[in-house]
Structures are given as structure tokens and as C-alpha cells.
Ligand binder design. Structure first.
Ligand code: AHG
Ligand code: MN
Ligand code: MN
Length: 340
């Protein structure tokens, strides 16, 4: 069954544009005002602008570090700053965003007093790969703004089950945009010659089981024993279970997640001795990916519990993240709770 993009919208036809599908979503949603559509189109515009700069980064002197560090204590790359500035500017001009939260901003930033939505984003994911021309991306999610204006920022501290839309882009061999508004997951590919995203992957489904695992094996010595046992199991010989799995690890969440979403398997960034709470951020990395994987029939946990049930205490909370096919995440969980 081909999912649509809204309750009563027609199933998407390959080749339609993102804007066309979003508009069909508005028409297919009783009482829709078009504000949600306008917000999503604004995010897509920001992604197109970031795309153009990423493509020319090597030439436009956009490689390398700015010399600053962000709230995460990480060195900030010029493209991180550019991507953050573009998203902030475009969301402000949209008038649809009440407040935004970004990996690159210490605090949430108020936008339009009449905006109905909160937007959290990782403007440039995979920064360490910028200088070596490996796929990077942008990750975002949208929540409804509870109009308790002076406590608007608390609106971000909702569990991911309250997300109303999420997506990511991959600036790779082509620029993809994967999006869900709660009615399935659809993939778009940018045709840079016309500057439009065209539907290329309608109704993406994450297979129930895959053949690859994606984890930074360099952290092996820092994992707890149960994760070490899982890592040994997935590399063991067991023809009946399709083991050993192939190992794939790009080091950009968007790239590793995109492959896992389309082909199945498992991505894991477990807690380790260096990052006891995990490395990835709940609000604008784990939650958007968890929303998309669940919409595509996949699963997302912190190893044991469902990511979307976790309640953030702060904008930049970190969490262990295990994403992927139902069977593969279930097997990981058996090791994580000590059943295997
Ligand atoms: P960001 O560039 O936004 O800080 O994210 C980097 C993250 C994520 O993209 C990736 O999965 C992870 O860092 C890789 O971490 P390691 O280099 O420690 O494997
Ligand atoms: Mn990131
Ligand atoms: Mn980032």
C-alpha cells in the first residue's frame, strides 16, 4: 500500500515535486491552513541553499575550521556556521516558526510570535567528513509550539512521540531529502539543473532484517561487555542467521542511517567509557531519525528503550542510539539486557 503524505492526499507519483506533494498534503488535511506546508517548503529551500554551498565548498574556501568551538566543545567548521545561519534566516522569514533549536546554538532562539511550530536541527551533520568530500547532511524535526510564550523553549523538552514532521538531507553523489509528516516516508532527489526536489523513493520501508552493521569499531575497547558480546556475535559464522554481517561505517549519521533505512541492518552508537551518555544528540539527531525509522517500519532505541519515549531534559542531551531493522535491533536488545 503506497502511503500518501497526509490523511486524504492521493498516493504520491514518482516524479512529482516536493512542493507538489506538500501542497497535496495540505489539500488532503481537513482544516489545514497551509502554514505547515509553508514551513516545510522553507526547510527545503534552506537545504537547497546549503546544497549549493556544499557543492562548491572546496572552491569557495568553505573548507576548514572557523577556530571557534560550539556548545558541544567541538571545533566548528565554516559550513556548520553557514548551514546554521541559512536555516535561522529562512525559518525567520517563513514566519511559521515560533522558536528554533540548533546544535550550533547554546540556547533556543525565538522567531515569529505568530509561528505555530518549533524546529530543531543539526544544520550540518558529519562535519569531520567535510574536508574529505564524504557525504554530510542536515537533520531536522518539527514540533507543535505550545503557546505558553514565556516557556516556549520548554516545548522542545517533549518526547519525540510529539514530533509532527522530520527529515534529513544527504549531500552525497546526489542531494537527497527524506521526509515524513506522519504518513509514511518519502525520498526526494534534487535536480540541480532546475533546483527542484523530485520524488524518487515513494513510501520507503525499512526491511525487517538486513545484512550490514554500522558502528565505530574503534570504540570497541570502551564499550561495556554486553555490547562487546553483540559485536562478536554479529561477526560470527552462522549461515542460518545470515552471519557474519558486512561492516559499513561512514562516520556521518545521515549517510549511515540512509543506507540502513533503505537496505536494512543496524546502526549503533552505544554509550562508551568516553561518552557514558552516548555521543549523539537526542533532540536533533536521534529523535528525527527515530521518527523516520518508525514511520518506515524500522525501530530506534537507546539499546533498550524506545528513543521516541525519552523526555529531553536539555536541548543538547545526548543518548546512545541503535537504529535499523526490527529483527536486528531486537537481537541487539537481547544482548543489551543480558538475555544472550
Ligand atoms: P556532527 O558532525 O553534527 O557533530 O555529527 C557527527 C556525529 C554523526 O554524524 C556520526 O554518526 C558520529 O558523529 C560519528 O562519530 P565518531 O566519529 O565518533 O564515530
Ligand atoms: Mn550530527
Ligand atoms: Mn552538526
Amino acid at each position: 500500500m503506497t502511503e500518501s503524505i497526509a490523511p486524504h492526499a492521493p498516493p504520491p507519483v514518482v516524479g512529482t515535486t516536493l512542493e507538489g506533494l506538500i501542497t497535496a498534503g495540505t489539500r488532503g488535511t481537513p482544516g489545514a491552513t497551509g502554514e505547515f506546508a509553508s514551513l516545510l517548503n522553507s526547510v527545503a529551500l534552506a537545504i537547497r541553499i546549503i546544497h549549493t554551498r556544499v557543492r562548491a565548498a572546496g572552491l569557495a574556501g568553505m573548507l576548514g575550521y572557523t577556530g571557534e568551538t560550539n556548545v558541544q566543545g567541538e571545533e566548528v567548521q565554516k559550513l556548520d556556521v553557514f548551514a546554521n545561519d541559512v536555516l535561522c534566516a529562512v525559518l525567520e522569514k517563513s514566519g511559521r516558526c515560533a522558536m528554533l533549536a540548533s546544535e550550533e546554538l547554546d540556547e533556543a532562539r525565538a522567531m515569529s510570535p505568530t509561528g505555530k511550530y518549533l524546529v530543531a536541527f543539526d544544520p550540518l551533520d558529519g562535519s569531520s567528513n567535510i574536508d574529505v568530500n564524504i557525504s554530510i547532511g542536515t537533520i531536522f524535526c518539527v514540533l507543535q509550539a505550545a503557546r505558553v510564550s514565556d516557556h516556549l523553549a520548554e516545548g522542545f523538552l517533549q518526547p519525540g512521540t510529539r514530533i509532527v514532521a522530520a527529515g534529513y538531507s544527504v549531500y552525497g553523489s546526489s542531494t537527497s531529502l527524506v521526509l515524513s509528516t506522519g504518513y509514511g516516508v518519502h525520498g526526494f532527489t534534487l535536480d540541480p539543473s532546475v533546483g527542484e526536489f523530485f520524488l524518487s523513493h515513494p513510501n520507503i520501508r525499512c526491511p525487517d532484517r538486513g545484512k550490514t552493521y554500522s558502528v565505530n569499531e574503534g570504540n570497541l575497547g570502551r564499550w561495556d561487555d554486553r555490547v562487546k558480546k553483540w559485536a562478536a556475535w554479529i561477526k560470527s559464522e552462522d549461515k542460518a542467521r545470515g552471519l557474519p554481517y558486512g561492516h559499513r561505517y561512514v562516520g556521518s549519521l545521515v549517510a549511515d542511517a540512509h543506507r540502513t533505512l533503505l537496505k536494512g541492518g543496524i546502526f549503533a552508537y552505544p554509550a562508551d567509557a568516553k561518552s557514558p551518555g552516548g555521543k549523539l544528540r537526542l533532540l536533533y539527531e536521534a529523535n528525527p531519525m527515530a521518527y523516520l525509522f518508525e514511520q518506515a517500519g524500522g525501530v530506534a532505541t537507546n539499546g533498550v528503550d524506545r528513543i521516541l519515549d525519552l523526555v529531553p531534559k536539555g536541548l543538547h542531551d545526548r543518548t546512545p542510539l541503535v537504529l535499523g531493522s526490527k529483527d536486528d535491533v531486537a537481537a541487539y536488545r537481547q544482548f543489551a539486557v543480558g538475555e544472550r
